[in-house]
Design a protein around this ligand. Structure first.
Ligand code: PEP
Length: 254
């Protein structure tokens, strides 16, 4: 049976305790919108506080280190974010791949550490505009996922989500066409089934990310093989994030 649509907010490097009221408002609404799974990934500094506020939404981290502990100044391990209340971690976001030089192998190592710590995963992938314009988007993204995803994972459908985020669509106001999203998500689905088997590979939710807003969410979320959204800028206020959640709810009702 298909899992509920998954709408995840990525607060990136935004948010102080003043933003807890937004998290609280999102959580209170999510309690009435159970047809959709709602989650937030605040910065490390707010994970515990948001976890304490939240009764319904899932709380996650935006990254973790591949090692369990040790002399890694400034880093945070999977066990630490789990201890703070995180239930999942976003890995391989393009801002980490580009800004911190993370390779596919790094992402795969972090994924293993996160699974060991009992976390669920959202593994990100996406191509640059140059790669898309050269016609290599599907090959690039599938190769990226081949190198980034765990080889095996128990209950992959429950424990893994993949987020396809064309880099040129993140924070730019541009979105991919529904045809391009559908083509990419079908290719990702084929890869997931080849890797994790028909049953589990079919359940893994493939999220779209890249300038998702309340006014384009419905079209993107109703695209073939789109199981939810990873939302950056529009997750920073309850009003805009809940607009996206409501689009997912309406589609369930339709
Ligand atoms: C993201 O960073 O994951 C993202 C999709 O950002 P935005 O929604 O702002 O494009």
């Amino acid at each position: 049976m298909a899992l509920r649509p998954y709408i995840v907010g990525n607060w990136k490097m935004n948010g102080t305790r003043a933003m807890l009221s937004e998290a609280r408002a999102i959580d209170r609404s999510a309690q009435r919108l159970m047809k959709v799974e709602v989650a937030l990934a605040p910065p490390f500094t707010l994970i515990h506080a948001v976890h304490r506020e939240a009764e319904q939404i899932g709380i996650g981290a935006q990254d973790c280190h591949a090692k369990a502990d040790g002399a890694f100044t400034g880093d945070v391990s999977a066990a630490m974010v789990a201890d703070a209340g995180a239930k999942f971690v976003i890995l391989g976001h393009s801002e980490r791949r580009e800004g911190h030089g993370e390779t596919d192998a790094d992402v795969q190592a972090k994924a293993a550490a996160a699974l060991d710590a009992g976390l669920k995963l959202i593994v990100c992938c996406g191509e640059t505009l140059a790669t898309r314009e050269a016609g290599g988007a599907v090959a690039h993204v599938t190769a990226q996922l081949e190198g980034s995803l765990p080889d095996t994972i128990d209950n992959a459908g429950e424990r893994l989500a993949v987020a396809y985020e064309p880099i040129w669509a993140i924070g730019t106001g541009r979105t991919a066409t529904v045809e391009d999203v559908a083509e990419m998500h079908r290719a990702i689905r084929a890869l997931l089934i080849a890797r994790y088997g028909e049953e589990e590979g079919s359940l893994v939710r493939i999220l779209y990310g890249g300038s998702v807003k309340p006014d384009n969410a419905r079209e993107l979320l109703s695209t073939d093989e789109v199981g939810g959204a990873l939302v950056g800028g529009a997750s920073l206020t309850a009003e805009s994030f809940l607009g996206i959640v409501m689009a997912a709810v309406d589609m369930q009702d339709a």
